[in-house]
Design a protein around this ligand. Sequence first.
Ligand SMILES: Cc1cc2nc3c(=O)[nH]c(=O)nc-3n(C[C@H](O)[C@H](O)[C@H](O)COP(=O)(O)O)c2cc1C
Ligand code: SF4
Length: 485
Amino acid sequence: MWRPPERIKFASDPGRWPGEEEARAAKWFSPVDLGPVRLKARTWVPAMVPWRATAEGFVSDNVIDWYQRFAQGRPGGLVVEATGIRDVPSGPLLRIGHDRFLPGLKRLADAVRAASGGETRLFIQLIDFLAIRRRPDPAKFFGRFLEVTPAHREALGGARWPEAQVKAALAGLSPDRLREVLIPREWESLTMGYRERVTDMGLDQIRALPETLPGLFADAAVRAREAGFDGVELHYAHAYTMSSFLSALNTRDDGYGGARENRVRLPLEVYERVRGATGADVAVGCRFLAEDCVEGGNTVADAAWFGTEFARAGMDFLSLSRGGRFEDAKQPGIGQSAYPYTGPSGYECMPSQFSDAKGPFGRNIGPTAEIRRAVRAAGFETPVIVTGGIHGFEQAEAILQAGDADLVGAARQSLCDPDWFAKVRAGCGGDVRTCEFTNYCEGLDQKHKQVTCKLWDRLDLEEPGVTMSDDGKRRLTPPVWRQTT
Ligand SMILES: Cc1cc2nc3c(=O)[nH]c(=O)nc-3n(C[C@H](O)[C@H](O)[C@H](O)COP(=O)(O)O)c2cc1C
Ligand code: SF4
């Protein structure tokens, strides 16, 4: 994981905890409507992939345990991890691309409702992503993947050479020379692994995305409603397909790239189709980036413009994240895939305890507030959700009181202590286990290992009913909170 060169270490700083009376009167614990869905509190657990689905993408008992555990803390809103909308194998990532996934998803929605006493509203994040391959062994790359072109022959002076000779000659070049001979995309495929982009207009399936995606998202959203979810969050953030349509780096020439009006077209068409298919009783919103945080990517001015268009279209909520892009990802090892949270933009998405002078807490508040102001100035009351490094009551309440956002999300703090909302609300803030922003959890996520927290995964292993991770070393959900105060 990339760290700012300053490497200033920040200790968690949750601030003062409120007494029960103060907490109950707080804005953070007051209701809010996301379109047709009323949340009892403005507390929000954003999507987090815990790598607990079955290899075929079905809800497993471990998935149920995980979300049930979050529901026990009774957040106002809980978003189920990025869930694939296509019916294609995608490892242990939750899927919703076919009706066969419905029974498991229904069991999940029922479990959350029961564990929260009906208080937590449940959302599911719907994701589409493009193909990505592991970084190849160079011998394999030249032998199997690389298509020999006239440009290669010309650079090597081997116009009449058989293909195998061209490949062998390329494989023998120094990295500096290879960089000159290969085009940038070939160099990237060799050194990072092949990755599709929304701008690959030469590929049929990429050109056709504006035709295929609205229906896929809409079918997935209908399944979510049938399974009993209260709302869907369209994943328009980070490194994935829809975010890449929105990005200023999208240069498609078919009316879906270039100017902002074109880049927002598919995200709006997807939304319209989802809304039309689900009807008015399901909340439909999206998560998108306040800033891409990569060179040439979207700025907060772009995001403010998009936010206003999403609000105008009628979205029920706007959830802001930042960064997490492929463009600045670290080079993976041979046989590994590039991971979008490994560069500076990944740091912006999940800032850790080692930071620059700005620190890791609340880096997304200013940009989110700017986006919210633009949405309000255009006359829309759409609720806006901010997330990023927030781990204390005072900070959350101050954000709401200042009108910087309407809901405050906490991902890692909730993973560290899913009971923390209940604790704070009960005036037991002193019992909160505070996230140290180590990104140990994120390291596990990156390796597609079952995600746990460093602060609880080896505690009280003898507790009855503890389920252990596949490696047998870590408990999969945190110990039960026994109220002492
Ligand atoms: C293990 C892990 C998995 C995540 N998975 C997702 C995801 O599926 N979708 C998403 O939009 N964000 C995902 N995120 C990002 C979080 O939702 C959140 O934006 C980020 O962690 C910053 O918020 P925080 O400081 O409150 O943790 C993930 C974060 C972590 C730590
Ligand atoms: S492992 Fe735990 S303490 Fe470290 S960042 Fe993740 S949730 Fe926070």
